[in-house]
Design a binder for this molecule. Structure first.
Ligand code: NI
Length: 163
């Protein structure tokens, strides 16, 4: 198991629609183990494959007691609304308020390739949506109004220069 380098905005891979996961083998298991390790090391609650430079529809998460691998994730349904702070390991964890659905049902494959569906609420729902977005080449800042998006990007660039 190793910690992978986290790819940051505005790298191109973060804006690409991921390719489906087709092989559910030892290599995928090792990749997921690396992704969990990388996510915990960065103190995140979710991490998608594009964030380590892989153009794949795959994410791992450990949020509100829900720990899972989701390959080829699809949002089956959403309900309600929540407003809350969100951040991303690829955008320096700069927080911004994003409006999301409050209840989300996700369909995906686990690391053995078995399909499952899971319905969650609140923060875990936010996480499902955020990570599935990554698989579609979208970042949370894409949900922000233009000015707030620019503010987040500016702050991120500034903090990066200071590091
Ligand atoms: Ni993210």
């Amino acid at each position: 198991m190793s910690i992978r380098k986290i790819i940051e905005y505005p790298e191109e891979v973060l804006a690409k629609v991921g390719k489906p996961v087709t092989k559910f083998d030892e290599e995928l298991k090792n990749l997921c183990a690396d992704m969990f390790k990388t996510m915990y090391d960065a103190e995140g609650v979710g991490l998608a494959a594009p964030q380590i430079g892989l153009n794949l529809r795959l994410f791992v998460m450990d949020c509100e007691g829900i720990k899972l691998v989701a390959a080829n994730p699809e949002i089956v349904s959403t309900e309600g609304e929540q407003s809350g702070q969100e951040g991303c390991l690829s955008v320096g964890k700069i927080p911004a308020v994003v409006i999301r659905a409050n209840k989300v049902r996700l369909k995906a494959q686990n690391e053995r390739g078995e399909w499952f569906e899971q319905a969650v609420e609140a923060l875990a729902a936010r996480c499902f949506l955020h990570e599935t977005d990554h698989c579609d080449g979208k970042l949370f800042i894409d949900h922000l109004p233009k000015l707030r998006r620019e503010m987040v990007v500016k702050k991120f660039r500034k903090e990066k220069r200071l590091k």
